[in-house]
Design a protein around this ligand. Structure first.
Ligand SMILES: [Zn+2]
Length: 53
């Protein structure tokens, strides 16, 4: 069971990345530093849900 989710910038809220995770091995929300084009710098990105379909 893999869930698709997006990584949104903690600063501006823009969804910059889309990835998948295995719910069984990664049950907790995570945070990762990635480049945000809107902020033009590296920012913390948090997991956000994508509606299926
Ligand atoms: Zn940003």
């Amino acid at each position: 069971m893999r869930d698709t989710f997006k990584l949104t910038c903690a600063q501006c809220g823009r969804a910059n990345y889309v990835t998948t995770k295995n719910k069984r091995t990664m049950s907790e929300k995570f945070e990762i530093k990635k480049y945000c084009a809107a902020c033009n710098s590296h920012q913390s990105h948090k997991e956000g849900k994508i509606s299926k379909g």
